[in-house]
Design a protein. Sequence first.
Length: 354
Amino acid sequence: MLPELFLDTSRPAVRVWEEAGRGEILDLFQREVYGYTPIVQPKLHQKVTRREQVSPTVQMERITLTFGLDGKEAGFEILLYTPVQIAGKLPAVVMLNPFSRNQALDHARRDVQHMPYEAITAQGYAAVYALVDGLAKDDKDQYSKGVFELFPRENPHGWGVISAWAWGGSRVVDYLYTRDIFDHEKIAVAGFSRGGKAALWCAAQDQRISMVWSVASGCTGAAVTRGKTGEHVADITTQFPHWFAERYKEYSGNEEALPVDQHLLLGLVAPRKLYVSSSSLDNWADPQSEFKGLALAAEAYRLYGLEAVDDHCSFPQVGEQIIKGYTGYHLREGEHACTTQDWELFLRFIRRHF
Ligand code: GTR
């Protein structure tokens, strides 16, 4: 049985959802899955370390964002690409990249490092590549350096590394808010795989984000956990014990006991725009379950009277894209990756809304 969006099913109204239901579900995800995000906001310092024109039409700035608390400091870098000619305020597309240099090299063949800043800036958007592994290394023995020195995880409900990367996404939004060249109403956050999990969790918590895209986010990303094939809670919490609240591993082999499932995470994005994509050969992530997560999230959009991909939409053919109102999905042919083709399809979705 899948948990319902409305814990109190008798009164599904926007006001009840916004004042109570939404917060209850968010709290369950913090307590049982991703861990509690720190509430204290350290002061943000920004420093441009490099500025160059990388093509006739694109300018790049390398910026270090740092946060200090009680004499300790953590931070990460972003690469900001903007069109040389700017007409009006810029929507921004932020990609969370948590992959360390070595992992990025491993994935290079599969295009994972790819953020096609030329195609993005050609649309009149800024492209922001956020190297969030600077906050927390993706390593079970080393993750506690960086931002965990400021905010350690102190109990089984304390935050994990996925949350720390998601927190980094919100700090990028803070940065965008400090500059009025950006259109603060049009901020999209994207991520691939473990970065896609972080992007969804970031957008679920931070309502300043107006659009989110998860690419092949799979287990504890867009895919509904109950009945999922491929990766399960036991696999992910054994291989990556640092990713989630320690509490989450208690659900290994016992997913039915989870008080939430991932369609509710996607529902937390409503009424903002939501886009999910999968790769056809990615059985570990399970495209069918990712699509199911998206289709079931339609209930939250319905509450706002908004159209969304729902259970009347059938699972797409390989190569097909479905866009319905506020949400969209595509199934790219091939393996676990984030490719130029994925970006082309996502840019089509952005153009409809930004
Ligand atoms: C896998 C992990 C997946 C996914 C992937 C990735 O090893 O099991 O959940 O996050 O890594 O990030 O590439």
